[in-house]
Design a protein around this ligand. Sequence first.
Ligand code: GLN
Length: 492
Amino acid sequence: MTDLHRLSIRELAEGLAQAQFSSRELTAHYLKRIEKIDTQVNSYITVTAEQALAQADAADAAIKAGTASTLTGVPIAHKDIFCTQGIKTSAGSKMLDNFISPYDATVVAKGKTAGLVTLGKVNMDEFAMGSTSENPFYGATKNPWNLEHVPGGSSGGSAAVVAADLAPFSTGTDTGGSIRQPASFCGLTGLKPTYGRVSRFGMIAYASSMDQGGPMARSAEDCAYLMNVMAGHDAKDSTSVEKDVDDYVANLNGTAVKGLRIGIPKQYFNVAGLDAEVKARVEESLKKLEDMGAVLVEIDLNMTEAYVPTYYLIAPAEASSNLSRFDGVRYGYRCENPTDILDLYKRSRSEGFGAEVQRRILIGTYALSAGYYDAYYVKAQKVRRLIQQDFLKAFKQVDVIAAPSAPTTAYKIGANLSPTEMYLGDIYTLAVNLAGLPAINAPVGFDQAQLPVGLQLIGNYWSESQLLSVVHQYQQVTDWHTKRAAIAEENA
Ligand code: GLN
């Protein structure tokens, strides 16, 4: 079969279970595509071909023996921020280019238990800090819809592999939008779960109070299958929550769109940088949801102006602390011929980290330093609470909140935005992480340059099923999620 990469996750699972094709065939098909097409996209940092084929054979044996589970034999790509035993885990950094993890992240381990086949590890912004996946060490990943544009970030590789059909789905992480924004830029569905729903164990930390893993795929249904694998309490992550997990696939029609109250924050649609075409596509999608029976309710989110400054204090503060472990001594990059221990620290860190990571470490260290801690870090934490309260107030009025995922479509590669311009592009995603809420991106059309536009729906705590369900029903009556970039139509 030449078109295995066009099948949905449900179709792949059914095809494998009914022996229409084997996991080896399917895996080899994807490996062939990666070999031919990824030279243009640059999405994989590491392709684990040999291991993937061995996992595929094991999956085929399990299917034959009747011991397989739903997704046994389905391939996946992991963001290179999830530790994989025996396989390089770089976090997109020269600092960890030589790091072979001695253990699997819980998300990876759960994937193995579910019988998923790991195709490889994919590119990202260094240590997940950024919005373009123009990686200073591994190169820029390209947007499959237009190779001159970025796929977004930081989970840009995770988005590009799915959009180019180089993996049927992928894992991403979202600290301030890194699942939703690349999903938006690449025309995909991506879910950022409630903080604590997915284990962070073995996920290299950026800003620990906001980091959360989640699924990236073509449709809400595909995401639901991966959420069933990823979600759940983990004793190895003290912030993972002991709360029953939904069956996200069974619940796909669980929330009625009819009567669903969707909040439209006034402040969000008056943001200066909001592109007119993005605004138009998002409004059209909301009209569609209204036709399906949803009720649109104008709401206020008064803290909108505080999102960017608050996040860009708290996230770098946590990053500066988390990244202090990369000292050139215990693991990771070490400079050549250090003269003494201080020289070793200094040069290992200035040579091993890229410019954006160094910028964040400097900002964060400053915000945490003795004289400024109260003025910056503590103040930001107080504002963070106000932002959360703003959402809780809104959820008394409405069931979900609608927003663009990003104010624009995908930037050009090399656009070289200033840090502040770049940070402003995160305006619609950051607050969700500051508040710990779940949110989803759904593709809702294209701009004139044929670049995808995304709608973001923000839910109350633990409403992942509801978000997936609403998007699933939208996807039953629209076909944006089925559109494929030209490069995805290429056969290997
Ligand atoms: N773009 C945001 C940042 O640079 C979000 C990144 C993320 O979610 N990991 O911090």
